[in-house]
Structures are given as C-alpha cells and as structure tokens.
Design a protein around this ligand. Structure first.
Ligand code: COA
Ligand code: AMP
Length: 633
C-alpha cells in the first residue's frame, strides 16, 4: 500500500477520482459514474448518479458472500446479566421483518422514524431496518429528557417512533415509556404509531390504537427486500448541540457515508472482515452510529453492543473481560471511560485476570485525550493508543493516525494528520491563513469528503449560516487549535459556547435558557469548568431577583432539578452558585471565558472592556464556594 503522504496527496489532487475509486468497495444497484456534484456550491453531493441500499451493504451482501453464520452483533449487557448474538443471516431476517412492519404502518421512503432506545440489539435492527426501507432514522440518546425528545419530534416529524419499556443505569431503572408519552403529549407533531420493546425488568403500558408491542408487530410482518435509494438520499438525522437550545439535525446521506466508513475500517482502524470491533459508546451518539452500527457491519466485522459502564458494572475490569471474552481486535471509546477505569483501578489490578492479547489498538475520540490517560492506557494494555478527532457533522475522523496505512509518529496531545479529502487551514478572525504554531479557528476547505453533513434538516439557511459563512470557501469546525511544523493538528478549545462533558457535546446556551425559566432567576450564565473524570462540567452562576426572599439553597436545588428534567441527566448539571451580578463588557456581553479561566485557576487578563472590574473578586469567591478557583473540590 502507498504511504500516508502519497494517499493524502492523491486524494487532494483528485478528490472526486479518489473517492470514486473507493466507492468500488460498496455494492451499488447503479454504480456512480460521477464522484462529486459541485454544481450548486456551497452544497456538494457525493455520487449523485449512484443508487444503493445501506442495509443491503451492511447485512445482505455478507450473507450472499457465504458469511451468514458469522456474528454481526455480540450483545453483552453486564448491567442486566444478558448476552446474546445476532448472525448476519439473523440480522437480515430481522431487518427484513422490521422494514415490512414499518411499511405496514404506512412508512414510506423518505419518511422519518425516531428511535429512542437503550443499548439493545433491537435498536440496531431498527436503524438498519429503516435504512432497508429508505426511511430516515433519527436516534435520540436515552439520557435526554422528554422536552428534548419533543423538540426532535417537532423538528423531524416522524410517522413512527420506536422505543423500549426501560433502560438500565447503575442502581436504577429508567422508565422510557413515560418520557416517550410525555414528549408526544408536549410536541405539536404526533406520530401515528409507537413500537415498544417490552424488557424483562419492566412492562410498559401501551396506548390502544397507537402503540404496538415489538415482537407481535414483527411476527405479523412480511419480510421486505432492500429498497434502492439514491446515494444522495438521507440515511439519518442526528441532532447535536449548537449554541442555542434548538438542536441541529445533521443530515447524513447514504452513499458517501457508506464509502467513507468502509474506507475508514481498513485504512484507519486496520480491520479485516471477520475481526471483532468494539466501540464502547452509545447508539445515540455519532460514534455509536458510525462505529457500533454502520462501519463494522459495512466492512463485515463483528460489532460489540455493550450495555454497561466502564466501572461499576460490576467493576473496573469489565472492559478487559469483554475484550478477552469476545476477542476484540480494536477498542474505540472516549478518554473519559479510561479516566474512570484508571481512577478506580490505578495499578490495573483487574487486568491481570484477563488475557487481552487479542487487542491490537485502542482508539480515543470525543474529547481531548490527555497525555496522562494515553500513557496509562498504553502502559497497561501494551498496544498503540490512537487519538483521532471528529465531529457529529463529519461522521468519521478529520484527523487520525491511519493504522491500516502506516503508523505515523505519535505526538502526544495531537490527533495527528488530516485524512484524505480534508484540507485543513488555521484561520484568523478575518479568514487569513495562519502560519504553523499560531492558534486560530480550524477550518476545512470545501468540498468536504464523503459522509460529512449534507445540510441541517429542514434548514439549509442555518447550515450555510452556522458552518459556511464566517470563512467563505471553508467549513467552520467550531474548534480552535494550531498545526505544528509537521502539519500535526492540536485541538485546544471550542470557539462557541459548546462544552464537552464526558465526550458529549453540551450547549451552555441551552442550559441558560432552562435556568432563565426559573421564576426567581433574573439572570444567569453557564460555564464549562475542568473535571478530572468528565473533562468538563457545566457550572451555573445565577442572579436572583432583588425582591426574592426564598432560601438560596432551595432555589439552587430547584434549578438543578429543572435542568435535569428538561435536558436530561446526561447534562451532569450539579454545580451552581448564587452571585449578585454577572461580569459583563460595557456592551453587555457576559464574560464567560474569563469566569471559566478563573474557575480553572488559569492565567487570565482583565478584559479592557469590562464594566466593573471589582465583580470578578465576587465571582472568584462564589466559584470557590463550589470548589473551583482554588476552593477545595
Ligand atoms: N439513559 C438514561 N440516563 C442516562 C443514560 C441513558 N442512556 N446515560 C447516562 N445517563 C445518566 C446517568 O445515569 C447519569 O445520571 P446521574 O448523574 O443522575 O447519576 C447521568 O446521565 C450522566 O451520565 P454519564 O455522563 O454517563 O456519567 P456517569 O457518572 O454515569 O458515568 C462515565 C461516567 C465516565 C463512566 C461515563 O460518562 C462513560 O462511560 N463515558 C464513556 C464516554 C462515552 O460513551 N462517550 C460517547 C462518545 S465516544
Ligand atoms: P461530537 O459532535 O459530540 O462528537 O463532538 C465533537 C467535538 O468534540 C469536536 O468538535 C471537538 O470539540 C471534540 N473532540 C472530538 N474528538 C476530539 C479529539 N480527539 N481531541 C479533542 N477534541 C475532540
């Protein structure tokens, strides 16, 4: 195989030709003759004349190739004590039934289906079954509250919703059905039907005429073959946090997605068909979409579906148990999972009980991989630890160390070099390209390679405004950083009000919108503060109305509950403090960045435009009261 440098050069010189060549790895109903449609910039489309089906490529073609007996999915659920497998042949049968059931319920190509489910095999069947029919799925993470689900229902107007009676979190059962019912009640749009998986731990009440039980509905359905769709037709919508409370529905196409993900399995992750691949994430996040479901199956691997936590289910040895028991070759997770394991078992005592020699690589993404965690993981596991950088918007990595091409020199703190098709520049505020070593906005030249977002669902204007306007000719990543002399990229911060909590993107603006709804809160700001386990945590600073005479502790507790009820527990919102006033510039802009630096004990400069510098002393004292800014955590 050519070197990374050669492959990257080829892809840069002839982007369309490079990916058209990669597209031959996919089975097409109608093979594309054109790589890129660039007639309507800044909207670009990959493989405009191609037709295919993502489910066929992820399932049927492996059965046709004689590998129907191979495990497609190994479900391992330490939290419930269940394990099971689905072969490719079984997956083919179940997705065919599922697609038939959707059709019976009136779902047609292009209709939306929301999947709000825990990490169970039926969730994978549902995603692929939608793809089989050409319906567009939108998976909503189970940790989101009813109000968040309602926003997504109104945005993508699903005909059918798929859910389960409950999820399992350590020490508690999460009842999904009341959340689902609550969301449907709040939303303006009403789905025609809900299909519910009844789990052993809890039986949900079904609404007559609207709700169907999963097994009965599938049993009654006839199997459907994969429907040909255009490569440019949407496969799914996945919502991600922006700067406001309104989530953005990232639209992913079918053809470009399949081609890029298939390419990544061989070239970035160094996998072969039949290998066992484990992305320890959740299907509700992009990592779960791409690397629990689509990429491993498109490539003919066995994918692990893990319903548990890195610690506490039952202990910090569970990752090693899963690796050794299922012969995992590559593990992909967020650094926070390894920080949790390291904290619970710093000397790696649990590792001694397991033979993990099958593991060849650990891949990390979702947040900054701190050198301590990388070194610890490398010492414990004795395999390369590969940091790579990507986003919900791209669906696969922008920068990585491509293990299937060559093992590039590792530079701690950097996710290495751009993957084919991504041309990165570091820009100043005016859009001028900055030299090596200088910090700026990270931007990717248009057109983006296959799999990257086609648009925002129902909002082409918002897509252009949010991503393509600040720097004409570029996609704005929202991350800031720099490149070194060798072109290695370093991701340093977000340029917007998005924070990263345990590898999940959270909008501080969204949390502020919820806090501002509390009747006693006059003003508020939410900042991201450093946390040893989760990377960052949200911290709320609230100002109460002058005439408010209620106990501050009561108001703070109510505010925390409000955020958890409206956004969901996944917000990890537990830090809050009352202040007299917010520090602002003379033009009224809240100084969130300065407060975050004070909280984290970083160097900061007094902003020249600050309204009243004495406020920052009050802020420091308030932050100390919750353990930050030199307070005791
Ligand atoms: N349904 C309902 N609630 C959920 C949920 C789900 N699917 N997933 C998480 N939650 C809840 C948790 O129970 C927790 O509630 P609590 O704060 O009331 O206890 C809250 O949301 C926060 O969850 P989480 O961020 O997962 O924190 P945790 O303390 O339970 O676990 C880690 C910490 C580090 C173990 C966990 O964050 C982890 O495994 N991270 C891996 C990272 C990852 O998967 N990243 C995805 C991108 S690669
Ligand atoms: P999400 O869309 O939720 O996957 O979050 C994407 C964001 O997570 C990126 O824009 C970065 O801010 C951050 N991120 C992801 N991977 C990395 C990484 N390897 N290093 C640093 N930050 C990362």
């Amino acid at each position: 195989m050519n070197s990374y440098a050669q492959i990257y050069r080829d892809a840069t010189l002839d982007k369309a030709g490079f990916w058209l060549d990669a597209a031959t790895a996919i089975d097409w109903v109608k093979a594309p003759k054109t790589g890129l449609d660039d007639c309507n910039p800044p909207f670009y489309r990959w493989f405009p004349d191609g037709e295919m089906n993502s489910c066929f490529n992820a399932v049927d073609r492996h059965v046709l190739a004689g590998r129907g007996g191979q495990n497609a999915i190994i479900y391992d659920s330490p939290i419930t004590g269940h394990k099971s497998t689905l072969t490719y042949a079984e997956l083919q049968q179940q997705t065919s039934k599922f697609a038939g059931m959707l059709a019976d319920l009136g779902v047609e190509k292009g209709d939306r289906v929301i999947i709000y489910m825990p990490m169970i095999p039926q969730a994978v069947v549902a995603m692929l079954g939608c793809a089989r029919l050409g319906a567009i799925h939108s998976v909503v993470f189970g940790g989101f509250a009813a109000a968040e689900l309602a926003k997504r229902i109104d945005d993508c107007t699903p005909k059918v919703m798929i859910s389960a009676s409950c999820g399992h979190e350590p020490g508690r059962i999460v009842e999904y059905k009341p959340l689902l019912d609550g969301a449907i009640e709040t939303a303006n749009h009403k789905p025609d039907h809900c299909v519910i998986v009844q789990r052993e731990a809890l039986e949900a009440n079904l609404v007559a005429g609207r709700d169907l039980e999963w097994n009965a509905a599938l049993d009654a359905a006839t199997e459907l073959p994969p429907a040909p769709v255009k490569a440019t037709d949407p496969l799914y919508i996945l919502y991600t946090s922006g700067t406001t409370g309104q989530p953005k529905g990232v639209v992913r196409d079918n053809g470009g997605h399949a081609v890029a993900l298939h390419w990544s399995m061989r070239h970035i992750y160094d996998m072969r068909p039949g290998d066992v691949y484990w992305a320890a994430s959740d299907i509700g996040w992009v990592v779960g979409h791409s690397y629990i479901v689509y990429a491993p199956l498109l490539f003919g691997c066995t994918s692990i579906l893990f319903e548990g936590k890195p610690v506490g289910t039952p202990d910090a040895g569970v990752f090693w148990r899963v690796i050794s028991e299922h012969k995992v070759k590559a593990l992909f997770t967020a650094p926070t999972a390894f920080r949790a394991i390291k904290r619970a078992d710093p000397d790696g005592a649990f590792l001694k009980d397991y033979d993990t020699s099958c593991l060849k690589y650990l891949f990390l993404a979702g947040e900054r991989a701190d050198p301590d965690t990388i070194n610890w993981a490398e010492n414990q596991l004795g395999v390369p630890v590969i940091d790579h950088w990507w986003q919900t918007e791209t669906g696969w990595s922008i920068c990585a160390n491509p293990m299937g091409i060559e093992h590039l020199a590792v530079k701690l703190g950097s996710p290495s070099l751009p993957m084919p098709g991504y041309e990165i520049d570091i820009l100043d505020a005016d859009g001028a390209v900055l030299p090596a070593g200088e910090l700026g906005a990270i931007a990717v030249k248009l057109p983006l390679p296959p799999s990257c977002l086609a648009t925002i669902w129902g909002a082409d204007d918002a897509y252009v405004e949010k991503y393509l306007t600040s720097f004409p000719g570029y996609y704005e990543t929202g991350d800031a950083g720099y490149c070194d002399e060798d072109g290695y990229l370093y991701i340093m911060a977000r340029t917007d009000d998005v924070i990263n909590v345990a590898g999940h993107r959270l909008s501080t603006g969204q949390l502020e919108e919820v806090l501002a709804d509390h009747p006693d809160i006059a003003e508020c700001a939410v900042i991201g503060v450093a946390d040893q386990l989760k990377g960052q945590l949200p911290l709320g600073l609230i100002c109460l109305y002058p005439n408010c005479n209620r106990l501050q502790d009561d108001i703070m507790a109510e505010a925390i509950t409000l955020v958890k009820d409206r956004v969901g527990r996944v917000s990890s919102f537990n830090l809050i403090t009352v202040i007299e006033r917010l520090p602002k510039t003379r033009s009224g802009k809240v100084l969130r960045g300065t407060m975050a630096k004070i909280a984290d004990g970083e160097n900061w400069n007094m902003p020249a435009t600050i309204d009243d510098p004495t406020i920052l002393d009050e802020i420091k004292t308030a932050l100390q009261s919750v353990g930050y800014a030199g307070g005791k955590r």
